[in-house]
Design a protein around this ligand. Structure first.
Ligand code: HEM
Ligand code: FES
Length: 357
C-alpha cells in the first residue's frame, strides 16, 4: 500500500518544514496584532478578541492560497518542488487555523445568548442583509466543512482506500471552498465594519492565484505543442515521438496523446520504455522524474515503478499503465492506448525491438 512508503512518512525534513510553517504563522500573527492594536485615526483601539478572529481568518485564507499555489509553482519551476514535499501538512495546518477562527467567532459572537451558538450562527442574518436570512458566516461554514473532509481524508490510507480518482475528485472541492471563502469575505465586508484591508488582501491573493494557474496552463499547452505528438504511418493509434537517441539517458520525454493524457518515454541506456505520465500517488509528472536503480521515480514524493510493467517494487503493489513502443526507420512511435495494468509494454532495444509478455 502507498501509505507505507518511507517518502510520505514523518522524517527530519518534514519536521523542519512544519517548524517553518508554524514560525511563519507566528510572525504573521505578531505583525497583524502590532498593526491592529496601534491606535488608528480616531484613537480607537481594536478589541483583541475581534482582532484574533480576523487574524485567524486572514491567516487561514493566506495558508490556503499558498497551498493552492504550490502545485502550479512546482510545474513552472523545478526549484519549487521541495515545497510540494509536505503540502498536505500545510493543508491540515490551514484547517486547524480555520477551526480556531470558526470556534472563536462562534463563541464570541454567538456564545452569550439563550440559543445554542451553532443555531444562533445559522439564524443570525439581518433583514437588511444582501441575501436576507442568510448570514455571511454560512459561506465560511461551507468552506470549513470542505476543509474538514479534506483534512480528515488527507492520509495516504484514504488515498489508497478511496482510490486515487475519487480522492482527487474529493480534493478538487478545495476550489469550491476557496470560492465560498471569497463570498464569506465579500459578504462579511458588506455587513460588518471591519475595513477594506482584509478584503483587499483576499481579492488580491485570489487574482494572483488565478493568474498563476492560467500561466501554468498556458506553459503546459506550450510544452505539448513543442512535442511532435503526430500520428505516424502506423495508423492513428500510434503517435510519433521522434529520435529515441535524443532522449537523455535515465530521463524521459513527455508526449501528449490524442485523448488528452500524456505518456512518459524513458531511455535506460539502449532500452526505451513508455508508461503513463501521471503518478498513482497524486498525479505527479513521472516524465519529469528519472530512472533511479532502474525504476521510474516520481519527482514529487519518490514513488517508484518498473518501466517494464509499471508495477511498484515489493513490498508495494501500486501499478501504472505501460504503453507499447515501436521503432520504424529510426523513428520512435508510442501506442496511444495504454496496456491493462500490470502488463509489460512492448519496449524498444536500440538496434532491435523487445516485446512485452
Ligand atoms: C475556511 C474557513 C474560513 C476562512 C478561511 C475564513 C476567513 C475569513 C476572513 C479572511 C475574514 C475577514 C476578516 C476581516 O475582514 O478582517 C473573516 C471574517 C469573519 N469570519 Fe471567517 N472564515 C472561515 C470560516 C468562518 C466560519 C465557519 C465562521 C463562523 C462562525 C466565520 C466567522 C467569521 C466572522 C464572524 C468574521 C468577521 C469578524 C469581524 O470582522 O468581526 N468564518 N473570515
Ligand atoms: S510520488 Fe507523490 S505524486 Fe508521485
Amino acid at each position: 500500500m502507498g501509505h507505507k512508503y518511507q517518502a510520505v512518512q514523518w522524517n527530519g525534513n518534514k519536521i523542519v518544514y512544519d517548524v517553518y510553517v508554524v514560525l511563519a504563522a507566528g510572525v504573521f500573527f505578531a505583525v497583524f496584532f502590532i498593526i491592529g492594536l496601534a491606535p488608528h485615526g480616531s484613537g480607537n483601539v481594536a478589541d483583541p478578541i475581534v482582532l484574533a478572529i480576523r487574524a485567524l481568518g486572514v491567516a487561514a485564507f493566506a495558508f490556503l492560497t499558498i497551498t493552492l499555489a504550490i502545485g502550479p509553482l512546482a510545474r513552472l519551476s523545478p526549484r519549487m518542488r521541495p515545497l510540494l514535499y509536505n503540502r498536505r501538512h500545510l493543508g491540515v495546518f490551514t484547517f486547524l487555523i480555520a477551526l480556531a477562527h470558526f470556534g472563536l467567532a462562534t463563541l464570541w459572537y454567538h456564545g452569550g445568548g439563550p440559543l445554542n451558538p451553532l443555531v444562533s450562527l445559522l439564524v443570525s442574518g439581518q433583514p437588511g442583509d444582501p441575501f436576507p436570512g442568510v448570514p455571511f458566516e454560512v459561506f465560511g461554514l461551507g468552506a470549513f466543512a470542505i476543509l474538514f473532509v479534506m483534512a480528515s481524508t488527507s492520509h495516504d490510507f484514504f488515498l489508497n482506500n478511496l482510490t486515487a480518482g475519487v480522492w482527487k475528485l474529493l480534493h478538487m472541492l478545495v476550489y469550491a471552498a476557496y470560492g465560498l471563502i471569497i463570498l464569506h469575505v465579500a459578504y462579511g465586508y458588506l455587513v460588518t465594519e471591519s475595513g477594506m484591508a482584509a478584503p483587499a488582501f483576499v481579492f488580491g491573493s485570489f487574482a494572483a492565484l488565478a493568474g498563476l494557474h492560467l500561466a501554468t496552463g498556458l506553459a503546459e499547452v506550450g510544452k505539448d505543442g513543442g512535442m511532435s505528438g503526430r500520428k505516424g504511418p502506423l495508423g492513428k493509434e500510434w503517435v510519433e515521438i521522434g529520435d529515441p537517441t535524443a532522449i537523455p539517458d535515465k530521463r524521459a520525454v513527455i508526449a501528449p496523446l490524442p485523448r488528452g493524457d500524456r505518456v512518459a518515454v524513458f531511455r535506460d541506456g539502449a532500452h526505451v520504455y513508455a508508461v503513463q505520465n501521471a503518478c498513482r500517488h497524486q498525479a505527479g509528472p513521472l516524465g519529469e522524474g528519472a530512472l533511479i536503480d532502474g525504476l521510474v521515480t516520481c519527482p514529487w514524493h519518490g514513488w517508484q515503478y518498473s518501466p517494464r510493467n509499471g508495477v511498484s517494487p515489493a513490498p508495494f503493489s501500486e501499478r501504472i499503465a505501460t504503453h507499447d513502443l515501436r521503432l520504424e526507420d529510426g523513428v520512435l512511435f508510442v501506442r496511444s492506448k495504454p496496456n491493462p495494468l500490470g502488463q509489460d509494454g512492448a519496449y524498444v532495444a536500440l538496434g532491435g525491438v523487445g516485446s512485452g509478455a
